[in-house]
Ligand binder design. Structure first.
Ligand code: GLN
Length: 535
């Protein structure tokens, strides 16, 4: 197996994850098997305990690992299967080192960053080398070159590449080439300095991917080449995309990045077949139809907080040759001004997952509006919980219905903790996480959308539909359309007397791909499209 390491320079948010994923797309379309993983230098054991304001979305894997959102890009752009082994944080590394120290594994030695921390990082790479079935393993290093906490990771990679020998490892550095308006030119200095930082610690990147708002002219490329000790054809331009992130693989391929990678790693592969991908991007750029969808949430100032949800929506809509005008609506604003002020004229309402009470009544009001005005509704996790609360209050006579997450004293906890569960223990990795079986009810919209009796979907939540209220709610017309058989947990609900009202306790957004949209999102997009045509 060969290894590619992707580092980032100058600033964060350059889209290293996207670059790694997009390179994966192109290499797969050259017939290579690609694995992707991420190192995160922060001290949290996983991002599960971080607020979306800090970190954006927490991406959940099949095995229940709560990981960095870049792993979402990896799964969407390639066919790789990721596990908790594919996201290593400094928190996990130190946790392991300290565990070994307490056990006495270091035999009385002083425990140090080099070699104990760096060895732990190399162990993970070696483990992946032995167990991952792929030709190339791409590892993205989070953070920016020069960060103190990133140093042990870079040092470990330097050692690892040396141990593997020439031609086995390739370093790609993603950097920024800003355009300075006052000077009217592109500036290469930040790139020079960040590569100098890498070289200081013994890493010479062989390829530079230069993020830029403008085309990078030959003169600038030559300058970067000279100062950074990288051949001029290995100075790759990655401009900001105009329409969709799915253009990135095509762009990198045009810049011959895949060719360069193979050359450096001494690999041969057939040319990239990107015809399907080009078609898919074409459909995304100029769809025939348009729908207006309102997403009612609360972490709206953070563009990445609902990354998988918005991507899944775009995948599904583009599958219907439809573009989405996405309106992100702050649930607290609905509380102030009413749902109609924001939702009048939309073709679909989506309430995504969330935690905490803030904005909850706004979300409930949005559900009520969608239900009463017969606007297609998709509820995800908290979006299902608020739908159940709304239904209970408006149609089942449980006026005080609530989730015990938001009102622990409520007389009608239609959403609640299961017996034996507690809200007060450790917060890390203690929710219902990862993939669970769900049996679908014949004749339901969910059953129709999936075309299957049994599905598996990923979860990330603590509270559940309360079966004590199930009969009352069903009598009032709520259809339970999906059940997890162990414990008889309600996973999917719908409202039959409505064009398309479906909500699920799981997170379907984690399994959508641009070339394989998720069935529930597809059902929602189709319903929204019908709504747009009829109105
Ligand atoms: N806060 C809710 C729970 O813990 C919903 C979680 C979510 O939407 N991911 O059950």
């Amino acid at each position: 197996m060969k290894y590619i390491f992707i580092t980032g320079g100058v600033i964060s948010s350059l889209g290293k994850g996207l670059t790694a994923a997009a390179l994966g797309t192109v290499l797969e379309r050259r017939g290579l098997k690609v694995g992707l993983m991420k190192f995160d230098p922060y001290l949290n054991v996983d991002p599960g305990t971080m607020s979306p304001y800090q970190h954006g979305e927490v991406y959940v894997l099949e095995d229940g690992a709560e990981t960095d959102l870049d792993l979402g890009h990896y799964e969407r752009f390639t066919s790789c299967h990721l596990t908790r082994r594919h996201n290593l944080t400094a928190g996990q590394v130190y946790e392991e080192v300290l565990r070994k120290e307490r056990r006495g594994d270091y035999l009385g030695k002083t425990v140090q960053v080099i070699p104990h921390v760096t060895n732990e990082i190399k162990n993970r790479l070696n483990h992946m080398g032995q167990h991952e079935d792929c030709d190339i393993l791409i590892t993205e290093i989070g953070g920016t070159t020069g960060d103190i906490e990133g140093l042990p990771f870079l040092e470990a990679l330097r050692q690892f590449a040396l141990e593997k020998g020439p031609g086995q490892c390739l370093f790609i550095h993603v950097t920024l080439v800003p355009f300075i308006k006052a000077a009217g030119e592109l500036k290469s200095k930040p790139t020079q300095q960040s590569v100098a930082k890498l070289r200081e610690i013994g890493i010479q990147p062989q390829i530079l991917v230069c993020r830029s708002e403008h085309p990078i002219d030959l003169e600038t490329r030559q300058k970067i080449s000279n100062f950074c000790n990288v051949s001029v054809d290995a100075v790759i331009e990655e401009q900001d995309v105009k329409h969709t992130i799915y253009e990135v693989p095509l762009m990198l391929h045009r810049e011959r990045l895949d060719e360069l990678v193979l050359l450096h790693l001494g690999l041969k592969a057939p040319p990239a077949d990107l015809k399907d991908w080009e078609k898919l991007v074409g459909r995304m750029i100029s769809p025939k139809h348009r729908v207006k969808v309102a997403m009612v949430g609360k972490y709206l100032g953070v563009p990445d907080a609902y990354k998988s949800v918005t991507e899944a929506l775009f995948h599904a809509a583009s599958g219907e040759d439809t573009g989405v005008d996405l309106m992100k609506i702050d649930a607290e604003e609905i509380e102030k001004q009413g749902a109609e002020a924001f939702l009048k004229g939309v073709d679909g309402v989506l309430v995504p997952g969330g935690f905490g009470e803030r904005g909850i009544e706004g979300k409930i009001a949005a559900v009520q509006y969608a239900r009463e005005k017969k606007i297609p509704y998709l509820g995800l996790c908290l979006g299902m919980q608020v739908a159940v609360i709304e239904f209970a209050r408006s149609l089942a006579g449980l006026k005080k219905a609530h989730s015990s997450e938001f009102d622990p004293q409520t007389k009608d906890p239609v959403i609640t903790l299961l017996p034996g569960q507690s809200a007060n223990g450790d917060k890390g990795a203690t929710m219902r996480l990862g993939s669970y079986l769900c049996q679908l009810t014949a004749g339901s919209l969910a059953h129709k959308a999936y075309g299957k009796n049994e599905i598996k979907e990923r979860h990330r939540h603590r509270y559940e539909f309360n079966n004590l209220h199930r009969e009352t709610l069903e009598k009032a017309g709520l259809r339970i359309s999906g059940i997890h058989p162990k414990g008889n947990l309600v996973e999917c609900i719908e409202i039959p007397d409505h064009p398309w009202f479906v909500a699920c306790q799981f997170h379907p957004e984690f399994r959508s791909k641009p070339d394989a949209p998720h069935p529930l999102f597809r059902g929602f997009a189709q319903a929204a499209h019908l709504h747009a045509q009829a109105n």
